[in-house]
Ligand binder design. Structure first.
Ligand SMILES: Cc1cc2nc3c(=O)[nH]c(=O)nc-3n(C[C@H](O)[C@H](O)[C@H](O)COP(=O)(O)O)c2cc1C
Length: 207
């Protein structure tokens, strides 16, 4: 078995370390965040750190890289208070990945890819057309992770949209496989998923 110590990690080539550390924590969620500035400039970018924080109230969190360089998604969220979360599906992985390219503020990734924006219920931020699962979210708070200067943004879910593709089951659960939602392996690998099994609520074994 390969073994790396903290000293080895410190001495690694930058790209090798980035690939290793980004993939060693397991598969990550694959989402496109849609935002729009107060001047009407739309933006869309791939994020792999969106995670569930709690269901009542319905909270999500994501980690934002240090704001030492301009971050359009962050600025738009702070300006307008809202953003959308759109699942990435197998047929959009190349365009989704391209949204991570550093375009200037006045260039929309919607114009540089075949991803299209769609507006619903007067929500200020754009949704991604064709995304089978979409959330409309409102920013609540941010927490600095002092160890590396990243930010944890906490937001509440205001809208949930689910396409009619046999995704939602009777008990509310979303079968992501039926939506063709992908998962992210590291920083540049996109994978399909296959459900193995769903289990009933786990209880301790009786003696
Ligand atoms: C697979 C993948 C996952 C990413 N996840 C995040 C993330 O969770 N947080 C983050 O700040 N940036 C993440 N990025 C980088 C952003 O997509 C990138 O910085 C993008 O340019 C941000 O766009 P913006 O400046 O328009 O906000 C990720 C990039 C890739 C390729």
């Amino acid at each position: 078995m390969i073994h790396y110590t903290r000293t080895d990690i410190n001495q690694m080539d930058k790209i090798f370390r980035l690939n290793l550390i980004n993939s060693c924590t397991g598969f990550k969620s694959a989402n496109l965040l849609g935002t729009k500035s107060t001047t009407g400039q739309p933006n869309v970018a791939v994020f792999s750190s969106i995670t569930h924080l709690g269901s009542n109230p319905p909270l999500i969190g994501f980690v934002l890289r240090p704001t030492t360089v301009p971050r359009d998604t962050y600025r738009n969220i702070k300006e307008t208070g809202v953003f959308t979360v759109n699942h990435i599906h197998a047929n959009m992985v190349a365009d989704a990945h391209h949204t991570s390219a550093k375009y200037p503020e006045n260039i929309s990734e919607f114009d540089q890819t075949s991803l299209e924006q769609e507006y619903r219920n007067d929500f200020h931020a754009p949704f991604v057309k064709g995304a089978a699962i979409r959330l409309g979210c409102r920013f609540l708070n941010e927490y600095e992770i002092k160890e590396n200067g990243t930010l944890l943004l906490v937001s509440e879910i205001e809208h949930v949209y689910v396409a009619d593709q046999n995704i939602q089951q009777e008990d509310g659960w979303l079968k992501l496989q039926n939506a063709n939602t992908v998962t992210i392996n590291g920083l540049d690998g996109y994978a399909k998923t296959e459900l193995i099994e769903r289990f009933p609520y786990a209880r301790p074994k009786k003696a």
